[in-house]
Design a protein around this ligand. Structure first.
Ligand code: ADP
Ligand code: TRP
Length: 328
């Protein structure tokens, strides 16, 4: 079974990314699975990036995955831009996709809103590069958060269309949407998902937040006017905090509700902040250590790229032949 996912090198990773995207990949590193995890730097440049910062963020992303438990022996860890077949296949898929299909993508509509004409063609085309990412490796399963489901479905449609037009070439991938942690909500607005692009830093818990910041952010997290700790989806803010609590402790929300019986929001938030900080401390230490040894990090990414390239080259040779551009 080939399992593949990717994340943008966005600098700040928050606990939504951690529980929604990275941690599930760590758990999937079991015998029988072939895993690929990569840093989609060419997706990142669909919006303006400072070059020096982008480089830093790519390394930071790699260091983070290793700190969370990605084992480069079990998972092919690499940087998207190193494998030119991604953009090559994207071009070919561009010629199969219809404008209307991309215009329907909700992430594009969200990201383009209010920007008028000043939106890059890359942002519009983003789902096609993502489809190429997935199809290039004969991926069976794509673990993603809910917000990416529509993109994976487009990749499925394009794989089917290509196969029908040119003959069996691509494996049809399926999205796997995580239930637990699939959608961590914003601390300051529990009706919207936690996101690094939120307008306030109080929206998210970054993996690099120190103890004081964690406490400050959790204390200011939006709850409701109630006073007891219960798990109730209609109490969105509290339910979100309980979900985070459960993810960092491994306890069920029921267990936590029992623990906090008779206690109020104050105790609950202090308890949660303490646990989040202890959870993050060893991760932060590993990230920092890894960043200090840049040559080791680069060597891991080199090895990952070599392994990915071998798979991608073979697939592209087949694709070129199928569409008729290979002459001999
Ligand atoms: P952001 O919204 O912060 O920019 P990205 O779009 O870069 O996050 O998402 C990176 C990965 O993390 C994706 O797989 C996405 O589904 C997952 N993810 C993002 N936000 C959340 C969240 N709030 N809860 C769970 N998973 C999330
Ligand atoms: N679009 C994804 C996101 O923003 C990142 C991504 C790019 C991806 N290529 C992918 C995810 C391939 C899974 C598979 O989160």
């Amino acid at each position: 079974m080939r399992i593949l996912t990717a994340l943008q090198p966005s600098g700040i990773l928050h606990i939504g990314n951690l529980f929604g995207a990275i941690e599930p990949m760590v758990k999937l590193q079991i015998f029988g699975n072939e895993n690929l995890l990569f840093i989609v730097d060419y997706h990142a440049i669909t919006v303006p990036q400072d070059p020096a910062e982008l480089r830093r963020n790519i390394l930071f992303a790699a260091a983070t995955y290793l700190a969370i438990g990605i084992d480069p022996k079990k998972t092919i860890l690499f940087q998207q831009s190193r494998i030119s077949e991604h953009t090559e296949l994207a071009w070919i898929l561009n010629c199969l996709v219809h404008m209307g299909e991309l215009e329907r993508m909700t992430q594009y509509k969200d990201k383009a809103r209010g920007k008028g004409e000043a939106v890059s063609v890359g942002l519009f085309d983003y789902p096609i590069l993502m489809a190429a990412d997935i199809l290039l490796y004969d991926t069976n399963v794509v673990p993603v958060g809910e917000d990416q489901k529509q993109h994976v479905e487009l990749a499925r449609d394009l794989a089917q269309r290509f196969n029908k037009t040119f003959g069996e070439t691509f494996v049809i991938p399926r999205p796997e949407i995580r239930k637990e942690g699939a959608r961590i909500m914003g601390l300051d607005d529990p009706d919207k998902k936690m996101s690094k692009s939120a307008s306030s830093e109080k929206n998210y818990l970054s993996l690099m937040d120190d103890e004081t910041t964690v406490l400050k952010k959790i204390k200011s997290a939006v709850t409701d006017s109630g006073s007891t700790i219960t798990f109730d989806k209609t109490r969105a803010g509290l339910a979100n905090l309980l979900t985070i609590y459960s993810l960092v402790t491994g306890k069920t929300t029921d267990q936590l509700v029992n623990e906090y019986e008779g206690k109020g929001y104050g105790d609950f938030k202090i308890g949660l902040a303490g646990t989040v900080s202890s959870y993050l401390a060893p991760i932060q230490e590993k990230i920092n250590n890894s960043l200090e040894d840049e040559s080791k990090l680069l060597s891991i990414l080199d090895q990952g790229a070599a392994r990915a390239k071998a798979i991608a080259e073979k697939k592209m040779a087949d694709v070129r032949k199928k569409i008729g551009v290979t002459l001999s």
